[in-house]
Ligand binder design. Structure first.
Ligand code: HMG
Ligand code: MG
Length: 325
């Protein structure tokens, strides 16, 4: 009998009816993954990280943020990274790769456009406390700041993705009401955002809550095709929540290589859902991602050396252990 674990472990594939045949894995490693690391990763390593992610099959990649360098010093090199991976033809990523950058205000948009950005992400909180902590404003103030960013990006022909953070729970305010999230989503859609990424910034969501929020958004007229889910894995619920969202027809999921990342202004947050853990489950369900799991895990082990600690991903850890046997 052949050994399915040799030479490298792969998930046994057992498709389930009713699930999509393919999903978009939206890789946030270079941005969310690195924005709160104690070590500031040199820009040439970030550029190489992006290249290795793309070589592993990533097609949707969040590169960096054009935020205040006083607030997020780890991403102060946004212009130089963009030069290396977007605007310099000698080193740019293939044009087929969707690249996205965050911009919280007009200044951020101007910087992003000057660097040749092709898609913008804005970020707004569903709670007042996090709006204050993360953007030094209110929910209404964040929406007001986002308005010219969305309008300016669209006028330049760029699609806009919008994050709604603290969509499930907030470390200061507790559980978040569905209607609070729906109200922010409706406003972002009115302003012209093409897609909304629903952020479980502190990883507290559970599958019933995921269904309830997707249902509430659908009832308010937000199509599931316009939604992505952004789960942090703080309480170990991220994959379960992805499965719930898959059964509700969501086909875009945010994750970070190795499971790195968190928002530095979100009390108690830990890493994103690891892309390897996500891909293992999706491939096991027979859902295509285009990602080479082993190339990705190798990339995550490589970037872990540069951030100075092992990746939290269970799959990266397990593959490394299996490779040593
Ligand atoms: P502020 O201090 O209220 O604003 O910050 P300000 O207008 O007084 O600006 C402060 C300084 O920053 C000034 O410089 C500005 O010029 C400068 P100074 O005069 O002191 O020398 N500045 C900028 N510089 C460069 N680019 C800009 C920019 N804007 C102002 N775009 C501000 C307000 C929005 C700037 C600040 O709060 C900020 O940058 N916040 C970003 C926080 C952040 O990036 N958090 C992480 C991303 S969100 C996240 O991780 C969650 C997510 O993953 C989803 C989820 O998990 O739920 C997306
Ligand atoms: Mg996040």
């Amino acid at each position: 009998m052949s050994n399915v674990w040799s030479p490298q472990p792969i998930p046994h594939t057992d498709p389930r009816g009713g699930l999509p045949s393919r999903v978009r894995v939206y890789e946030v490693g270079p941005r969310d993954g690195l924005q709160a690391e104690a070590a500031t990763v040199p820009v040439e390593i970030k550029a190489e990280f992006c290249r290795r992610l793309v070589a592993a099959g990533v097609t949707d990649l969040e590169l960096t943020s054009f935020v205040s360098p006083k607030w997020v010093p780890q991403l102060a090199d946004a212009e130089e990274l963009m030069r290396r991976v977007v605007s310099d033809p000698a080193t740019a990523l293939p044009e087929s790769v969707r690249t996205v950058v965050l911009a919280p205000n007009q200044r951020g948009l101007d910087r992003a456009l000057a660097c040749g950005a092709t898609e913008i992400a804005v970020f707004v909180s569903a709670t007042e406390t996090f709006a204050q902590r993360n953007l030094n404003t209110t929910i209404a103030g964040a929406l007001r700041s986002a308005e010219p960013v969305i309008a300016g990006a669209r006028a330049a022909g760029l699609p806009v993705r919008a994050y709604i953070s603290m969509a499930f729970g907030d470390p200061w305010e507790g559980p978040v009401r569905l209607d609070a999230v729906v109200a922010v989503a409706e406003r972002l859609r009115e302003l012209g955002c093409a897609s909304l990424s629903i952020g479980d910034t502190i990883g507290v969501a559970t599958p019933g809550h995921v269904h309830a929020l997707i249902d509430a958004l659908s009832t308010a007229g937000v199509p599931t095709s316009a939604l992505a889910m952004h789960f942090h894995d703080t309480y170990g619920q991220a994959l379960t929540n992805v499965y719930a969202a898959l059964t509700a027809d969501i086909i875009e999921f945010d994750s970070a290589a190795g499971g790195l990342g968190r928002c530095p202004y979100a009390k108690g947050a830990t890493g994103n859902l690891a892309t390897e853990d996500l891909v293992w489950m999706l491939h096991g369900l027979g859902i295509a991602t285009g990602i080479d799991l082993h190339a990705l895990a190798s990339t995550s082990r490589w970037i872990a050396d540069h951030v100075g600690h092992p990746c939290p991903s269970r799959v990266v850890t397990a593959l490394a252990a299996a490779g040593r046997d």
